[in-house]
Design a protein around this ligand. Structure first.
Ligand code: TXE
Length: 484
């Protein structure tokens, strides 16, 4: 078999691709096959310090540019990403194990859209003023300074671009720290940024793991702002480190989201929508609907149709356009998810479908799990209240609207949800009663980039998205001028 080409990654600091100070490396593994296809430098505080210094030095000049100039840079990056669309999709699919169709439709599409959208939004910003009888109050949105942008492995470039675009658009400079499990499209973004000639030091990137690179970055005294997306437990560590230094912080954390199905829903559309919500990206999206609450009178019909639909999904080669489900991100994660299925059985659950799929021999080294549906668990069970973050959905009955809301609100998380009913007033009423940051009615993951995005309770702190991103990545200042 011909030798696998192994890409050697490097950090991107002050407009140059540079080696890390240390000598530790980490294998980057294809989740679908277990093949090593890249090496990642395990950077440390020395590399972080160099990146933060570069960002600090570049920040005043970058912040002094006209808004329109920065917007033009965002458009230039969007254009270059668009030209690399297929490379983004292929790299993201290979690095995460997700199907190529998903990498195109969601990850690549949205990465370009994020830069394009925020270019337009910062251009349209209105300057605000508040008139008094004898004075005028001007609001000036100033940059915050140097930002740390820390991202997870499930939607690598989608989430990194979601942070980089508004952060630099509002005049900040940044140090990016992508997940050590999925560094490839972050590397591609640096090649794009280098290619368009963005001024050195505006965007920097340090590869590494949480302990070696993430933690020193968050703790660095010259970091003014942190935008973190990842697990709730990691979010706690990030917050604990940043709080005493009064850094501006946004945390997008875990979720355990309910899909609420009422008897008057459009059954065919609802089954399709709730399957997509439960299993998109192998269930590795914090917005996934992993708890399905079904009105008792239609529960049996729904359960039958839901399982049939799940079993029709094609699992296998991520590079095949017809594949619906790919591999899980890592062996550790696969074990964690399988552990929850075993726990569900101990907790009295019935596995209606799932287990290990049978796949061609070239994929035997991958992290594979068939989509799994579990019925009969109490809504208070661990499997129904803890985040599994895999292709596992639990089904539950409810008798009344009040009971459905009570079950939906019965977890430590509060990120998202969906409600399926033909009674739109009830859809809005139930949505508003849910303790989450967002709810979809008769759809899921239908995204308008202008809306607020974020969660409550253990799903995070703060909102990004549209003007909320502009607000987070800037410091609003008031200048009050007395009329003579
Ligand atoms: O998260 P981790 P993962 C959540 C999802 C799941 C988790 C999976 O709920 O639980 O993220 O992603 C870095 N200081 N969401 O495993 O381990 C780490 O290197 C600073 C929710 O990647 O938290 C990586 O780059 N950084 C989300 C990043 O943090 C540290 C959508 C995330 O790692 C660190 C996606 C430390 N001490 C995933 N330790 C949403 N709500 O939108 C690790 N890191």
């Amino acid at each position: 078999m011909d030798e696998e080409v192994v890409t050697i990654l490097s950090n991107y600091i002050r407009g140059r691709f540079v080696e890390h100070a240390g000598s530790e490396w980490m294998d980057v593994v294809e989740p679908a096959t277990g093949v090593v296809f890249a090496k990642l430098p395990l950077s440390d505080s020395q590399d972080v310090g160099a990146a933060v210094e570069a960002a600090r030095e570049a920040q005043p000049g970058w912040a002094s540019l006209e808004i329109k100039e920065r917007a033009d840079w965002l458009d230039a990056i969007a254009d270059s990403l668009e030209a690399s669309f297929e490379e983004i999709a292929e790299l993201e699919s290979r690095d995460t194990g997700k199907p190529i169709s998903l990498a195109r439709n969601v990850d690549a599409n949205r990465s370009v859209a994020n830069f394009r959208f925020f270019a337009g939004l910062i251009r349209e910003q209105e300057s605000e003023a508040f008139e008094m009888d004898d004075a005028t109050n001007y609001v000036v949105n100033k940059s915050v300074g140097v930002g740390a942008l820390i991202t997870p492995w499930n939607l690598p470039l989608y989430l990194l671009s979601w942070k980089v675009a508004p952060a630099i658009g509002m005049g900040n400079t940044v140090v990016c720290k992508p997940s050590e499990l999925t560094p490839m499209t972050a590397d591609l973004l640096m090649r794009v940024i280098d290619g368009v000639g963005l001024p050195a030091g505006v965007v920097n990137l340090v590869h590494g793991d949480g302990a070696g690179a993430g933690s020193p970055l968050v703790a660095h005294p010259e970091i003014d702002l942190i935008s973190f997306t990842g697990g709730t437990s990691t979010g706690e560590k990030v917050a604990a480190s940043a709080a005493p230094m009064f850094k501006k912080i946004s945390l997008e954390l875990g979720g355990k989201n309910s899909s609420i199905v009422f008897a008057d829903c459009d059954m065919e559309k609802t089954v399709a929508g709730v399957v997509r919500s439960g299993f998109l990206n192998q269930g590795q999206v914090c917005l996934c609907g992993s708890r399905v609450l079904v009105e008792s009178s239609v529960y049996d019909e729904f359960e039958t149709k839901f399982v049939e639909s799940v079993e029709r999904m094609r699992i296998g080669d991520p590079s095949d356009d017809s594949t619906d489900l790919g591999a899980l991100i890592s062996k550790d994660h696969l074990q964690k998810v399988q552990g929850y299925v075993n726990l569900a059985i101990e907790e009295g659950g019935r596995v209606l479908t799932g287990g290990a799929p049978c796949l061609p021999s070239e994929f035997e080294g991958g992290n594979w799990m068939a989509p799994t549906v579990i019925a009969g668990l109490s809504p208070e069970s661990r499997c129904s209240t803890e985040e599994i973050f895999g292709p596992v959905v639990t089904l539950h009955r409810f008798e009344s609207e009040e009971e459905a809301v009570e079950i939906a609100n019965g977890t430590r998380y509060g990120l998202a949800g969906s409600v399926w009913t033909s009674d739109i007033e009830r859809g809005k009423r139930v949505s508003e009663a849910m303790e989450t940051g967002m709810v979809w009615v008769n759809t899921w993951l239908h995204r308008d980039l202008r809306v607020p995005f974020g969660g409550v309770k253990d799903s995070g702190v703060g909102r990004e998205g549209g003007k909320w991103s502009l607000g987070f990545f800037s410091e609003a200042m008031n200048i009050c001028v007395k009329h003579d």
